[in-house]
Ligand binder design. Structure first.
Ligand SMILES: [Zn+2]
Length: 720
């Protein structure tokens, strides 16, 4: 599979340095247990908990979580075994014991796997004094630190023969562990150490820039290089592991889509990293940095699942650590709904505590861990080898996040994706999140529609691929500055998708942003048929000035009111000719273009009109494609998956505020969806009850009488 090269024009040479490294097998091998959704419990042991550590009690507490594997503190900052590797700090509290060995043996006896947690991201002051050249530096030469520790540079020998490799060899040859979990890999912000300066200069023949400055074209090269270094670092560790022992599980903590800032600081791109791990693992923390990204756990799971082509892992910390409360639980209802979303989208789970069960102050999420991992365990057949069943692909573009988002990436880009994804979920339109790389890798053939929320940076090849998709009968929905920039982040003179979208970029227009504006009806159209009692919708945000081209219709235009005036003087909004919604028929397909960031507006304002308009745009573009219909409230997530003989309708109840405080039970949810085969039975998986149904003409109707937090309607089909 081709990996990304997101800076064009010969500046960035994709995969050159990586080509020497053997990628992990892309073909699923049934003997690899991580190719089914995993159930991992991760008690982060504190060094002080070594005092009087009771291995039997520890293993019993792990077994109570229904986990199949336990992430065990092993080495890096503190060695929990008698390591002989230089600089490896062996805890004096071990007192001659080998906790890693004891725990691994007893976990195996109890039927659980032992995953060694290692951290090669930081080290102690004594090592910093001995090897100052191994550590990350600010551009003024001062070391990057985290508390009392010093951050290590991923370009340094510490993450190779200097330290990490000997630790990996010692653990793999001396201990019967089943895998590794790497904590905090990648950069810790921009590094200006001597190693980085030399490596960069050798590669590009120019000096390492002191910081990322988007006004300087060299910064694009720097950003791409940082991603490359991080990826190589993970791949080197993977290579070392696989050289010693085949089939060792290997994962590391990545940022979920909720936290692009973290991903960018550490230069972690899920697409690049998908072959550098056994399983992609992403942390989702729904209390920070956004408290209201309701669907981001499932969104991240769906993205990592499609990018990696195997089940990823969603890492859900029991406490609100990112928000500052490492010792207070995430509200259990919120914690659970993140887990239900993740497994519905095909992911496994890892659930970390900070401290051992029995010693932590707030144990309210321990029952949630046991419950969610228990469902994955008891009903494994529903989740193992299931595939998403969705006609719509929504595209996330890391190059757009970086090269277009620049210093304001959430507001400029990520908010658009969050908003459109939320609108799709809240209109119950089954959707898979894919990467921009999938646009040119033949994967579009499995979808009926693609949604591009402000996908600004687009290569000519991607534009051609999308054009052919629509020409062949596919549906396209795009917003704001989609295709207005090339793959290198340089602005084009016209939209690369102008012909398909039926709109030409018009830079002469004075309007590019609007506050308290209106989307005003200009002509009747099926997309706006739901606007029965209004001819205007509210909007504030950015506008891409365009004029319609060809046969495109313009159902909505920009309207404004002159200024805030008293009621006596309030005139109706003034309509302009500037399109805010363009509907086009292109060959056998349909395209909708919203030349504004209505999707970002939905993230910012959560006004229901935006949800309805975004949903109806996708439905119109899909034309005659039959879709799921339901009376479920918008905040009940519906996720479809399938395997031979079965369709699964996952229902995730998120009704309520953010983060979710309680579960509001809903009743009598009716579903009406297309089904290709004859239906044998329908039943509610968790309640264990059969559901009445009616199936004819390729459609099935059934009712779920009660939904608490989560349920799966299992549709069993006749395979004959
Ligand atoms: Zn460095």
């Amino acid at each position: 599979m081709r990996r990304r090269d997101f800076i064009e024009g010969g500046i960035f040479l994709a995969g050159v340095a990586l080509s020497a490294l053997k990628p992990a097998a892309a073909v699923p091998d049934p003997s690899r247990w991580w190719l089914k959704p995993v159930r991992l419990f991760h008690p982060n042991m504190r060094e002080s908990e070594l005092r009087g550590f009771d291995t039997g009690r520890f293993v019993a507490s792990c077994a109570a979580t229904n986990a199949g594997g336990i992430v065990v503190s092993a080495g890096g900052i503190v060695a929990f075994y008698p390591s002989r590797v230089s600089y490896h700090y062996v805890s004096p509290l071990l007192n001659g014991r080998d906790v890693l060995k004891e725990v691994t043996a007893q976990l195996h006896t109890a039927g659980m796997r032992s995953i060694a947690r290692v951290d090669f991201s930081k080290a102690r002051a004594d090592l910093f004094r001995e090897h100052p050249d191994w550590f990350a530096r600010h551009s003024d030469g001062s070391p990057r630190t985290a508390g009392k520790y010093y951050n290590v540079c991923p370009n340094s020998p510490y993450v190779g023969e200097g330290f990490a490799f000997p630790v990996i060899r010692e653990i793999l040859t001396g201990y019967d562990v089943d895998g590794f979990h790497l904590n905090a890999g990648g950069f810790s912000g921009h590094c200006y150490c001597a190693n980085c300066q030399q490596t960069y200069e050798a590669r590009f023949g120019s000096k390492l820039p002191e910081r990322i400055d988007w006004k300087d074209p060299a910064s694009k090269q720097l950003v791409a290089w940082r991603y490359e270094v991080s990826t190589e670092c993970f791949a080197r560790l993977q290579n070392e592991i696989e050289t010693i022992r085949k089939d060792v599980f290997w994962t590391g903590e990545l940022a979920g889509l909720d936290n692009p800032t973290w991903a960018r600081d550490k230069a972690l791109d899920i697409v690049r990293l998908s072959r550098s791990f056994s399983s992609l693992m992403s942390t989702v923390d729904n209390a920070e940095p956004y408290p209201d990204l309701r669907w981001v756990s499932g969104m991240t799971a769906s993205y990592a699942r499609s990018v990696g082509e195997r089940p990823p892992i969603i890492n859900l910390k029991v406490s609100m650590r990112a928000a500052g409360w490492a010792h207070a639980s995430m509200p259990p209802a919120e914690y659970a709904q993140c887990a239900w979303q993740a497994i519905a989208h095909g992911a496994g789970l890892k659930m970390p505590t900070f401290g051992l069960a029995g010693n932590i102050e707030d144990e309210r999420n321990m029952p949630v861990i046991a419950e969610t991992l228990g469902v994955l365990k008891k009903h494994a057949w529903v989740f193992d080898d299931a595939r998403a069943a969705a006609p719509v692909a929504l595209v996330w573009s890391q190059p757009t996040l970086e090269l277009y988002g620049q210093d304001n990436a959430n507001a400029r880009y990520a908010d658009c994706v969050y908003g459109f994804h939320a609108a799709l979920m809240e209109n119950h339109i089954p959707t898979v999140v894919i990467s921009d790389e999938a646009l040119t890798s033949g994967q579009l053939a499995g979808f009926r529609a693609i949604v591009l929320p402000n996908l600004a940076c687009m290569s000519d090849e991607q534009a051609r691929s999308i054009t052919e998709f629509v020409r062949g009968g596919g549906a396209l929905v795009a917003s704001h500055e989609t295709s207005l920039y090339d793959a290198g982040g340089n602005k084009r003179t016209n939209l690369a998708l102008a012909e398909v979208l039926g709109a030409e970029y018009d830079p002469a227009s004075p309007t590019t942003a609007a506050k308290s504006a209106y989307m005003c009806r200009r002509q009747l159209h099926a997309i706006t048929a739901w606007m029965r009692d209004t001819s205007v919708l509210p909007f504030s945000g950015r506008i891409t000035p365009v004029r319609p081209a060809g046969v495109a219709a313009v159902p909505l235009v920009y309207g404004y009111t002159p200024s805030l005036v008293d009621p006596e003087e309030m005139e109706n909004p003034i309509r302009t000719e500037l399109p805010l919604l363009v509907a086009n028929v292109f060959s056998a397909g349909r395209a909708i273009y919203l030349p504004c960031d209505l999707d970002g507006f939905y993230t910012r304002g959560r006004l229901d009109d935006a949800r309805r308009l975004l949903g109806s745009a996708v439905v119109w573009a899909l034309g005659k494609v039959p879709l799921l219909a339901t009376n479920a409230p918008a905040e009940v997530g519906v996720v479809l998956s399938e395997k031979p003989g079965f369709t699964f309708v996952h229902l995730i109840n998120t009704i309520g505020g953010r983060p979710l405080g309680e579960v509001v039970t809903v009743r009598d949810l009716q579903f009406h969806l297309p089904i290709r085969s004859k239906v044998k039975t329908v039943r509610a998986l968790l309640h264990g009850t059969p559901l009445g149904f009616e199936a004819r003409d390729g459609l099935i109707r059934f009712t779920v009488p009660q939904l608490d937090a989560y349920e799966v309607a299992v549709i069993e089909k006749t395979t004959a």
